[in-house]
Design a protein around this ligand. Sequence first.
Ligand code: NAD
Length: 488
Amino acid sequence: MNVQGGTAENAVRNYRLFIDGDHAASESGRVIERHNPATGALVATWPAGTAKDAERAIAAARAAFADRRWCGLSVAERSAVLFAVADRIRDNAAELARIESLESGKTLAQATDEVLWAADIWRYAAGQARAQHGDSHGNLGDGKLALVLREPAGVVGMITPWNFPLVILSQKLPFALAAGCSVVIKPSELTSGTTLIVASYLSDAGLPAGVFNVVTGYGKDVGAVLSAHPAVDVITFTGSTATGQAIIAAAAPTMKKTVLELGGKSPNIVFADADIDAAVDAAIKGVVLNQGAECCAGSRVLVQYSILEDFKARLLEKVRRVTVGDPLSPDSTIGAIVNETQFEKIKAYIAKGRAQNTLLCGGEPVAGLPGYFLQPTIFCDVRPGDAIATDEIFGPVMALIGFDTPEEAAIIANDTAYGLASGIWTSSVDNAIWMARAIRAGIVWVNTYLDLPTEVPIGGIKQSGYGRENGRFAIEEFQVLKTVVIQD
Ligand code: NAD
């Protein structure tokens, strides 16, 4: 990477691919320019990688796996590399957070929280590298015993989105490396900077060349090659359900394993006996965090009719305190929408909401700001099946839906193609347990929302995908079992 022009703070960063231990240009010679969605200023360029670049990276990863230069190291040696990277991420949190804010439009405060969380995930995976073990059967009769070994799955292709670039990288990469795999990653074409910086951290920490490779570029050029290539054993993908479906289809002929973290339309359900202020705060956070570009966004807020008017009043009062503005300012709660396409998509859903539902607040771009800024928007009188209650909008838009009974709440909550997250607000333990059992989702939060300790797995069911990240199960996505039966 070189840094061009201006002061260190506003310089344009020019990145290169990272293949077989070297930073290199794409064979295409072309680059993607990234402009700050809050100001329009050019902040970075990275190569527009091609199929040839992807193939070169896959060959490097395959060679590294074949000669066991990484998986052949002891787990203690692998763990040490991961701990070193965790420290580098933590020590450079200010720089990494600024880069993520400039590339994505998220607030600097939130980006800083994310970078520190990412460092914590690397530490967790570094510890887990030494704790991985298989199984054994001491006496299977006739002098036989068996070992069940956990072996690295091989070459892993990673494809990541723009909404949480470093966190999502960290939910995949250290676990795959802990398992002993080699990796080729294609980060989002909108936010590739921190992935390339982590490549340098890994190299400095002693990761052998070829074990980790980064090919920036578009999904159709690089992601599609990773998904279909016979030398890639696993694809782990986070992104939209539509792209997930394309990846499954591309992966099918080579029978590679896929791990898919996809979209959501999560219900956040508030009962009359809840702590209403806490529920209102969480409902707002559930749709404004990261400008609503959050896979677990609580974009459907279900409220028991007996408190609906009170809930609306408190919501309106509290949402006024949300400040939309300069992502670098500590006063901003919401930053900029990532690009024009996403901005227009959200505005189109707001138009559908205006046609079908009642607008409680927001609904407009923020006047006087140069970038893609939208007011937090709340619709009420929403019925299940309305556009804003059905589709993932990925913007700061809340659909308020009334219900009477827990049974009705569960039916509405489950009336979606997705099954990622959900929230329940109640002071009744019985109700919480009944609802937690009734809801079909990968995550159920009770009296909290968007609360993701590193130790617990996250992931979806239904069209939100399959496989798990974080927690002790994450490493298993990158391992295969080998049974060894021994006759004495
Ligand atoms: P996207 O699906 O458009 O793109 C994600 C990645 O896939 C990008 O790197 C893109 O270049 C690549 N890609 C696009 N087409 C491809 C193809 N045909 N083959 C291979 N790769 C291809 O998603 P996005 O807009 O970047 O991210 C938003 C989506 O991600 C939302 O739906 C959100 O819910 C989801 N998401 C899910 C989770 C989760 O944990 N479940 C977390 C964050 C985001």
